[in-house]
Design a protein around this ligand. Sequence first.
Ligand code: SAH
Length: 270
Amino acid sequence: MTKIAKGEVWGEVWLVGAGPGDPDLLTRKAERLIGAASVVFHDALVGPGVLDLIPADVRRVSVGKRAGRHSKDQKTIDQLIVEAALAGERVVRLKGGDPSIFGRSMEELTACREAGISVRICPGITAASAASASLGTSLTLRGLARRLTFVTAHTKKGQLLALDWQALADPQATLAIYMGKSSAPEIAKGLMEAGMAGDTPVAMVENASLPEEKIFRTRLDLLPLGAKTALGSGPALLLIGCIAERNEEVALHEAKAELARTLAQQEPEA
Ligand code: SAH
């Protein structure tokens, strides 16, 4: 067994949170695990800067999951992990954000446990935390946003969203919607039909924490149009509720960040 830190031994398989993309947002433990692995199975959302931390002699397998474009199905991924662990490999399963949030971790944990393999989790920074940091806001607000709901709007192709809109349309809550960009029209309609005000602030953060990050702010009734036109094809998180409102100080910060990005892009290569 490989010792990875004082008192810790390799748990055969580690599900490791890679955070939202910026390698500086990786935990020290995640970095140590990546450095001590013999094989890393990673999905498509793991940022390139994080992948660069995988030592050259460590086998790296992309199991590339992005919404609607699964390069390997979940059962195959479970099987690959189990087979590698049974073959004596030190397995890291590297997942975007936090493994326990919309990461299909339960299937992988169960597959390992059923095969008698010990499996452990190293948490990561989830996209909602990265997005609120980028927006310069808090996900909760004393007296105004007392509840924070993580929800996914992801549906299997052709299926309508079956969300409890009544429960979600709470003006005292923040909604953090994962995989929601393509369902933006249904989300806006569902929430407004359940009584949420059309002028509720909405912010979308695409590629949070990465150099190509984009922020788009709108209101609930204008969300369908904005989601279609304002962002690119990167992963995006939707934040809905009073915390998504922009104030002047934040607007200034965003404008400066945008300017810095534009200037960096214009800089001639050395
Ligand atoms: N386990 C991940 C979520 C996986 S679901 C986590 O904890 O963050 C994938 C969805 O997460 C994407 O469709 C998007 O909604 C969100 N997401 C992941 N990385 C993101 C990023 N860098 N910026 C914005 N949203 C992101």
